[in-house]
Design a protein around this ligand. Sequence first.
Ligand code: FAD
Length: 617
Amino acid sequence: LLILKATKRVPKKPLHFNDFRDLASRVDTHGVAGQELFGSEYDIIIIGGGTAGCVLAARLSEEPSLRVLVIESGESSVDLEPSNIPAAFPSLFKTKYDYDLSTVPQPNAGGRSRDWPRARLLGGCTTINAMMFHHCAPSDYDEWPKFLGKTKDNSIWSYEGLKKYFLKFETFIPHKDHSDVDISERGSSGPMKTGYFGYNSYITQQWIRACEAVGIPAIPDVNTSKGTLGVTKVMIFIDQRGRRVTAENSYLTPEVLKRPNLRVCVSATVTKLIFDNSGDKPRAVGVEFTSSRDGPRIEARARKEVILCAGAVHTPHILMLSGIGPADQLTSHDVTPLVDLPGVGEHLMDHPAIHANLLDKSGHSLGWMRKTAGVNFKAISALFQWSWMGSGPFTSNLGEGIAFIRVDANPKLLPDPSLAEDSTSGPECPDIELFVSPMGHPPSGKDITEPSFGVHAVALRPTSLGTVRLRSNDPFDSPVIDPRYLSTQHDVQVLVEGIKALIRITQAEPLASKVLDKAGDDDRTLDHHLFTATRAEIEEFVRQRVNTLFHPTSTARMARREDGGVVDEELKVYGVRGLRVVDASIFPTIPAGHTVSPTLAVAEKMADLIKAEHTQA
Ligand SMILES: Cc1cc2nc3c(=O)[nH]c(=O)nc-3n(C[C@H](O)[C@H](O)[C@H](O)COP(=O)(O)OP(=O)(O)OC[C@H]3O[C@@H](n4cnc5c(N)ncnc54)[C@H](O)[C@@H]3O)c2cc1C
């Protein structure tokens, strides 16, 4: 920390409002830089300055006639070093920057609850995530119209239509070691920088070669219109200085924050939406917010619309607190139902993941980075390297090599797959993701003292559906989260196949001889027992060890209302006026990969649509 402090640049003064009583009085009485002030109303209020919220704030305020207010529960992450240092993000879990959520005990997954980190920071989960950049499978978006009872031809949603927005948010920075990337498939002028400026550990390099040896094709880039199947070094949101790229530091730049028609209010938690009930349908006209459970409630008004960008847990929570949701559930918590919308908080999806830990003999494990390893020489010198040169182990995103595969299409790897149901969006869509970490990830409550590495399997198209429900009508009580992990046999089968694939890869060359240390076979804190396990034992391991890949989606999904949809094709909430949802909760179903990029692309697309709607009128 001392080193960091000594080497830290002088932080720029942030341009956010964190005293919103001041904001309220500013709204009423003062001018900013000679501009006419906002009056007591804005045109658009964005709830949550997270991944989608930052995109909307920056893009909507490009239109000078739209007065935009963002209300974010957290503070700025720009000068928060554990966020800026790519490998340090787990140290933010269970701090004040994390909502510190957990699931209810999972009956099909060892009966235990699981921790669910979600960032309480401007920039949302892009400030604490693993920075993997992934478009998911093109067919994932081509199936969205189906959920609206439409086809690709008469819907605004398709991969082709979204592609422009994937490119719009991105600036790809070429890297000398990855000259085979086709830059015509990459964005060149967007706010979010992508590239290969993360650490590429020896362990990862051997793992990728072992994947190739068992028949997974090497591809230079998993984010092209050609599809996503194959193995590669992961492309990430880290810039040339080795620093995390977030939605905040990319979209809410000082220039954007200086716009007179944009206000970004931090440390302000929205407690409910305000409606005008005088018309045929309730109309969202503003929000109530506060600094703390007992803090004074403050109102801000929106003339045109309110947009919920609070993420897949808090968006349904705020809707329900405001009377929009399953009427019986609301009534049982003394919330007066305004619109009976049973889909709110239903259809929760997440990517279940298995993390297995193996002993490393290569000497390249980054296990010395773990908090429990304490202060050590390697950590200090690596911190210096990151601080001065923006390179080295601290630029690891901890999931450096990645493979997307289909259970039914890799006979060399999985010769006798047993998967009854294909839940993918098409033949080019993966159902398993495998990745490697240069350090082990022990299950909670355990530690690994030996040098280890982690291998991981993820079910990309799970069929288990969960719920987010009210705990009480107090906005400061976290909602009740039940992902219902492994409640379908499909999800168990996919993860068992994923473990089988990991075992095969780990025993292939060059990983087997150069990295895997057989001495781990006798170590009960590691997972070498998987090499000799029966199918039943692997299944039991899956149930005990399944965890989140931190990708909750679909709790306010875009679908027909009669099918449990919450928003229509333009992401407007059914049954009310003036209210939209733009974040990961609108995905009709979970895409087969990492969820930041789809969230950014959807937000970029919606910004165009919303601007057009309000400026053409
Ligand atoms: C640990 C971790 C690792 C991950 N790794 C990856 C990865 O490598 N690659 C990838 O693509 N995805 C990854 N993800 C998932 C990805 O980050 C999220 O899916 C995505 O960022 C969600 O964006 P969002 O806009 O829906 O929500 P968020 O980014 O979570 O934004 C929601 C915002 O709303 C604010 N908010 C909530 N409630 C209120 C309220 N009442 N009032 C005011 N503000 C409120 C929050 O503070 C937050 O800023 C990871 C996530 C986590 C947590």
